[in-house]
Design a protein around this ligand. Structure first.
Ligand code: GAP
Length: 531
């Protein structure tokens, strides 16, 4: 069962240290987030999985890590200065500012339709280079990593002697001054992209475009985002980005949002290499480009077979790490009943839920919309309470719900039942899980058990390069739940038998089954089960 809402994921991310709002000690910064101890592990694992498939598992790819700051001429000739705009409108009543295509002619803050005409707003962030900030000393923070690849095309070609077709892969930060960042990690102002520019002979671009579409869908499947949850959107001509000949947007079915872009696979023709080249008139370019009198390079490829220089066409699969992170978490998310709760416990929760619902319908403290949303959700949960009992926590986090006094009573009755009979579990693919193995001693005040558990933990982390954790801060059942919630695929318990025969019990997150194995075989066991 994937996550029911973005709020559910955001709450887990905050509670367990995946994601924090940036600089929240000063009230935060809109559209900017930090990855916490578990978040950075999951994010790195996603990036490594992408790099492994797209660079190591292929023989036609090079890697690159270009700087974020580039000569501003890059952004002039790439077309971003002129066209990287979103339509901005102001609300004349409340002075709110909005992206015109995200609102339906009405200010989302005050409901007024008295809006200004939409005007273009360039989304590139500027910064000053050097000690004097004047009109010439600025540079942009890159809004896409792609241009670092195009600018280095000649360098990579001459240092690697690659033949077409080949690609350059890069992962790095991008910055966009989004008018309304929103929906948690989905639309932010600072994010990471995983981009490939794949250079092909003109004429072979359509076939490569379709091949990349298939390759990318397989990759999403391999990290737990199934094809059935992705729609391929063939972007209509009028909506294409300025560089695109054709684009397939992969639209993932996000909780709360529905189908939204997770990756774009653009066919960029010879637009970029042509735009950044000198002597454009002699290159036979297919794309319409602005004249370039500043570049010192011809970004061409020598086609030996036909003794001619060509400007390669480009296929560009480009995915956002944060949007991927959200999709992976959403697919992995599950709330399961582990034991059937006794009927009197469910009845007590049902009674508290009914009281809460009645109180919501009578209250004047919240808006009618909030009232309707909360009662609808309470009804939905109540109609299948046995299975949906853990959702009461989200119900109590809905806007307006914290003002309902009896909510506290409901939480007090529901929480112990949730703790005893349900678990939240992330069924993450083991290669993505932030923690691979958690180690527990059966007794926390027993030196022998503690030192064996700690020793095994650090051995695995250092020698097998797997992130591991030691925990002795609760009963074993509670420790399992804690690891389930962050997706740890294996938990190892060191008990008295371990001290005698050097075996341990290892528990599988998904099946909850335990096995006893030799401690010396742990690494091999985990590797085999993680395939
Ligand atoms: N080089 C092509 C390019 O940048 P894009 O469709 O603008 O194309 C590619 O961006 C991907 O980057 C998107 O599919 C999305 O996953 C991610 N992305 C774009 N803007 C974003 C934002 N404001 N916040 C989070 N991710 C974003």
């Amino acid at each position: 069962m994937p996550a029911a809402s973005l709020e559910q994921l955001a709450s887990l991310c905050k509670r367990r240290g995946f994601i924090f709002p940036s600089s929240d000690i000063y009230g935060g910064l809109q559209g900017v987030f930090d990855y916490g101890p578990l978040g950075v592990e999951l994010k790195n694992n996603i990036i490594n999985a992408w790099w492994r498939t797209n660079v190591y598992a292929r023989d036609d790819m090079e890697g690159l890590d270009a700087a974020i700051l580039m000569n501003k001429l890059v952004w002039k000739y790439s077309g971003h200065e002129e066209t990287f705009n979103d339509p901005l409108v102001d609300c004349k009543s409340c002075k709110g500012r909005w992206r015109a295509d995200h609102i339906k002619g009405k200010c989302p803050a005050c409901g007024s339709s008295d809006l200004t005409e939409a005007r273009p707003f360039n989304m590139m962030f500027k910064t000053a280079i050097g000690p004097v900030a004047d009109s010439d000393s600025f540079a942009y923070l890159r809004p896409e990593t792609a241009q670092g690849i195009f600018a280095n095309f000649g360098n990579v070609l001459s240092t690697t002697s690659r033949k077409l077709p080949f690609g350059i892969a890069q992962v790095g930060k991008a910055f966009r001054n989004e008018i309304n960042p929103r929906n948690f990690l989905f639309r932010v102002r600072e994010f990471e992209q995983m981009e490939i520019e794949f250079f092909v002979m003109p004429g072979s671009d359509e076939a490569w475009h379709d091949r990349w579409l298939e390759d990318r869908l397989s990759w999403w499947e391999s990290i737990g985002v199934p094809r059935s949850k992705i729609q391929v959107y063939d972007v209509p001509k009028g909506d294409l980005a300025h560089y695109s000949k054709r684009t397939y947007d992969l639209m993932y079915d996000y909780p709360t949002l529905g189908y939204e872009e997770i990756e774009g696979i653009a066919s960029r023709s010879d637009y970029d290499l042509g735009s950044h080249s000198r002597d454009q008139d002699n290159l036979g370019l297919a794309a319409k480009v602005a004249p370039n009198r500043d570049s010192v390079a011809k970004l061409t490829y020598y086609d030996q077979a036909n003794n001619r220089h060509v400007v390669p066409f480009v296929i560009e699969p480009s995915a956002g790490v944060g949007r991927c992170f959200l999709a992976v978490l959403s697919e992995a998310y599950d709330e399961q009943m582990v034991k059937t709760p006794a009927s009197d416990k469910v009845e007590a929760v049902q009674a508290a839920l009914d009281t809460f619902r009645k109180s919501v319908s009578r209250t004047e403290k919240i808006s009618a919309e909030q009232r309707d949303a909360i009662t609808a959700q309470a009804d939905a949960i109540g109609s299948d309470l046995g299975n949906r009992l853990p959702e009461i926590e989200q119900l109590l986090s809905m806007p307006g719900a914290d003002g309902i006094e009896v909510g506290k009573k409901l939480r007090g009755v529901a929480q112990p039942v949730v703790d005893e009979f349900y678990r939240t579990v992330l069924h993450l693919k083991p290669h993505l899980a932030p923690i691979k193995v958690a180690f527990f001693p059966l007794k926390r005040n027993h030196d022998g058990l503690v030192s064996m558990a700690k020793g095994l933990r650090s051995d695995l982390q250092l020698n097998a390069n797997m992130r591991t954790i030691y925990d002795d801060t609760g009963a074993i059942g509670k420790l399992y739940r804690r690891q389930d919630e962050i997706g740890t695929p294996f938990c190892v318990t060191v008990d008295f038998q371990s001290l005698e025969d050097h075996t341990v019990t290892i528990r599988d997150r998904d099946s909850m089954q335990q096995e006893r194995i030799l401690a010396s075989e742990l690494e091999q066991y985990v590797r085999e089960k993680s395939r």
